[in-house]
Ligand binder design. Sequence first.
Ligand code: IMP
Ligand code: MG
Length: 178
Amino acid sequence: MINDIAKILIDEETLKSRVKELGKQLSRDYKDKELLMIGVLKGSVVFISDLMRAVDCFARIDFMAVSSYGSGTQTSGAVKILKDISIPLENYDVLLVEDILDSGLTLEYLRRVLTLRHPRDIKIAALLDKPERRKADIRPDYLGFTIPDEFVVGYGLDYDEKYRNLPFVGVLKPELYK
Ligand code: IMP
Ligand code: MG
């Protein structure tokens, strides 16, 4: 598996300390709120599991699944909800947790759909941001790292459902998805 990686972009230590910082920020911002962290499956599972443990205030978690990429590396723009959350959002300060903001179409859609359910507040936490590729008008409220326009895997991110279990974020050798 490791031989498929061209280079390590963000190593384990750097991920760990940045996620800790984000956790501190969230702990301050959500101290007197009703935090509901909603992870977008499956890419956010590693990030949310580290992030939630870095948050020192009451927090609920739930998950949604949407279809976006299939096995390619380009978004189709079409988003479909495959798994929804079951609780009403009226009394919650929702934090959508994503692995990466790329075109932004997925999160823009999710934010729109969830806003219709009248949460008290809705914000976005993304581990990674590729601003060069943005098509939707959306920015993360909490961000781990801004990265260049390269296809990355690891720490939850996949290519064709592989590499999610790498402990770092790395650039996949381009010949593997051409
Ligand atoms: P968006 O709707 O284009 O912002 O796409 C978001 C989703 O595309 C993310 O949640 C990822 O699953 C996937 N994605 C975008 N860029 C990458 C990448 O570099 N590596 C792995 N998955 C990616
Ligand atoms: Mg994916």
